[in-house]
Design a protein around this ligand. Sequence first.
Ligand code: PXP
Length: 242
Amino acid sequence: MQKIRLGVNIDHVATVRNARGESYPSPLRAALLSEKYGADSVTIHLREDRRHINELDLKLIRSKLKIPLNLEIASTKEMLKISLRQKPSFVCIVPEKRKEITTEGGLNLNHKKKFLKKMINSLKKNGSRISLFIEPNIKAIKICKELNSDCVEIHTGKICNLINKRKPYKHEINRIKNAVNYAHSLGLEVHAGHGLTYESAKVLKKIKNISEFNIGHFLIGESIFIGLSKSIKQFKKIIKKK
Ligand code: PXP
């Protein structure tokens, strides 16, 4: 039986810390507790503007965490240099706009394609597994394969919004299913993430061949009320394959 992995994104522990310019709550503590409570990996996004996670967080988490660290970065020379130095097990390349509240969509793979290819190759040679964050789109998946990525992460923001607003999502789920099947048929490992809640995770986990979910904002929000241990366990229960 295929096991679906849960990656816990702890960026928003750093958001709360930075809101007051204090040293707490500690992202390192959140990372180590996520490991203890059953996360399969921990995700952090080192943004160019360092609005939540900073380089010290990255260093500390990288040195203490035993499960894989999934580092999300934009495709820039600075981020490549940092990732080559820190050697995270997983790297997920994401688009980044300074003014966005969160990662609003998938990568435009035709932009800076040459640099992206070079970046992927050097990170792979350095021992990191590479994932590209994309829209559920066949053309994008073809390019991911061309670029020699190991995985694709499908942006689930749109379907999660539809589910939250109780709007029909059949068209969007079919788009995701087609994308997942196509990526899987090319030998790419398929991940999914963005905006997932208990309810949307229940819908998406029914799609075959998604092997990893990366969940942050809702999971960290839930942990305010029920604790990190319970929110991780609840998501693990939901995504467990029957
Ligand atoms: N996956 C990727 C690639 C992301 O950029 C994010 C957001 O940082 C997530 C998953 C998690 O999204 P959310 O915080 O909405 O659960």
